[in-house]
Design a protein around this ligand. Structure first.
Ligand SMILES: [Zn+2]
Length: 64
């Protein structure tokens, strides 16, 4: 049991990236890189983001 939900980048193109979450979902995020990580998990006061599926803090593994 981990304390975080790891999001692994599985594919990327010019418009966005596909991510696989530790809790078993695949999601696609489309956002210009200069906007950053614009996706359902909202930043909390300490800047962390939480998985919209399992509620754990998100840990990003961006290396393909
Ligand atoms: Zn999760």
């Amino acid at each position: 049991m981990t304390a975080t939900c790891v999001y692994r980048k599985v594919a990327q193109d010019g418009y966005g990236a596909d991510w696989k979450t530790d809790c078993g979902y695949e999601i696609r995020m489309e956002a210009p890189i200069d906007v950053g990580f614009g996706f359902a998990p909202k930043p909390t006061d300490d800047g962390r983001k939480f998985c919209g599926f399992c509620g754990k803090p998100i840990e990003l593994k961006e290396k393909l």
